[in-house]
Design a protein around this ligand. Structure first.
Ligand code: P5A
Length: 441
């Protein structure tokens, strides 16, 4: 993409309304635009990052055996009356009346709708386990939307729903999602710690929040420092091996970790002060096992191997991709701007032409641009006639992991400078070396 064609509406001033660094940087770098309180448009730079986040989530959900669907944002109130949550949900639910005076709502979550789909098609244990997920906009009329897309009213959610014959099966499904979450967040360069959590309006008796540590986080959390050393299982793991999944979950739930609401002082004191980590955290995912809560209320039954009908056991599993974009920035930035982890960055490489109009520099840049794009890399090519200082500041602000700087002096010697945005290192290499090195990275 050529910068002259790319819609990148940068802000010069730091917006006063933005209280935390991710919100400031997202506004300054033209990633999002607020349309109403807690409601945002995603502009090209932000949209590219959001898509990267969603794709990692999608790959890991699919790897774990979940099926992607797409349910609507607008739901019927009658569906929610079946579960009894229409009245319970309160003011957070945006209620809508259509022209026929039918009561509708903008979905805050989809347990009811997915249970309706399940009961319409599945009637035998042979189709189980089943996990259906979608990535769709949700609306919750939060009292205090704040921190930009971190706590917004309209936000994107990946929500998965599992269906099993019995509790043992449902726990195995829970474990698969738990493990896929470990991999998902690690691929985004985040250390997300699973913490025993409250189930709130979703219900159930087993729940974990996945929390990343950040000073600006809304939750107070307590955990064992050993979590900081733990790494997610590799991609070749076998999701169909229930015992292996249970062992991983066991490893990741044995050290102490709890949010404020679930904190237990006695257990905490046993951790030992040198291992205690008390910090602020951001909830990026939340998983629930709620048994037959919705299947009983909504009559979702299957025939079991015993020839009898059973209410299915279910869980739901949420990740907030739009919140994650902000959370990744909270975890990875410096005074100059964002530092995107590889795999999340809106472009892999920023190519800075220091003297557009200079035939040799233009030719070298065009060669590099074509070669890297040809190698499947996403390159943002700054061929504008902005000042050099402004070009550097923009590249640093938008945080592409690697920058190639091509000026007349270096090009005369057949060289360019490579700047690594993540560690700040700079090297001068030949044009061909730059192409080879970055094509392979
Ligand atoms: C799980 C999936 C649920 O709604 N039902 C379906 C369950 N869980 S949850 O914890 O309430 O939300 C799941 C994730 O969505 C993100 N999230 C938000 N992101 C931005 N702004 C909000 N206001 C917001 N509320 C929830 C979080 O990442 C949360 O973990």
């Amino acid at each position: 993409m050529r910068l002259s064609q790319f819609f990148l509406p940068l802000l010069k001033e730091t917006p006063k309304e933005a209280e935390i660094v991710s919100h400031r940087l997202m506004l300054r770098s033209g990633m999002v635009r607020q349309q109403s309180a807690g409601i945002y448009s995603w502009l090209p730079l932000g949209k590219r990052v959001l898509d990267k986040v969603c794709n990692i989530i999608r790959e890991e959900q699919n790897r774990a055996g979940a099926n992607e669907i797409l349910m609507p944002t607008i739901q019927s109130a009658d569906l929610w009356r079946e579960s009894g949550r229409y009245e319970d949900y309160g003011k957070e639910m945006l209620r809508i009346e259509d022209r026929h005076k039918r009561e509708m709502l903008f979905g805050p979550t989809n347990e009811e709708m997915v249970t309706e789909i399940f009961r319409s098609y599945v009637n035998s244990y042979k189709a189980l386990p089943l996990n259906l997920y979608h990535i769709q906009w949700k609306f919750r009329d939060e009292v205090r939307p704040r921190f930009g897309v971190m706590r917004s009213r309209e936000f994107l959610m990946k929500d998965a729903y599992s269906f099993d014959l019995d509790e043992a099966g449902a726990r195995a499904s829970y474990n698969r999602m738990f493990v896929s979450y470990l991999r998902t967040f690690e691929r985004m360069g985040l250390k997300a710690i699973p913490m025993r959590a409250d189930t709130g309006p979703i219900g159930g008796d087993l729940s974990h929040e996945f929390i990343i540590l950040a000073d600006t986080g809304e939750s107070q959390v307590f955990c064992d420092k050993s979590y900081l050393e733990m790494t997610a299982p590799s991609a070749d793991l076998n999701y169909r091996d229930d015992a292996a999944m249970a062992a991983i979950v066991q490893d990741f739930t044995t050290p102490y970790a709890a949010t404020d609401e679930m904190h237990d002082e006695d257990a905490w004191n046993k951790v030992g002060s040198s291992s205690q980590l008390s910090a602020r955290g951001i909830e990026v995912g939340h998983i629930f096992y709620f048994g037959t809560k919705y299947s009983e209320a909504m009559k979702a039954k299957v025939m079991g191997p015993d020839g009898k009908e059973h209410f299915v056991h279910s869980g739901s599993y949420g990740i907030g991709p739009s919140r994650l974009v902000a959370a990744i920035i909270e975890a990875s930035h410096d005074d100059d701007g964002i530092r995107w982890p590889k795999g999340i960055a809106p472009f892999d490489i920023g190519l800075v032409n220091m003297k557009p109009g200079d035939a040799a520099v233009d030719a070298a840049c065009e060669k590099i641009y074509a070669a890297l794009e040809g190698a499947g890399k996403e390159v943002l090519y700054d061929e504008t006639d902005n000042r050099a200082g402004a070009k550097f500041a923009t590249m640093d602000l938008i945080g592409l992991p690697m920058q190639i700087i091509a000026g007349p002096r270096s090009i005369a010697e057949g060289q360019v400078e490579l700047k690594n945005r993540l560690d700040g290192s700079r090297v001068t290499v030949t044009i061909d070396e730059a192409i080879n090195q970055l094509s392979a990275s």
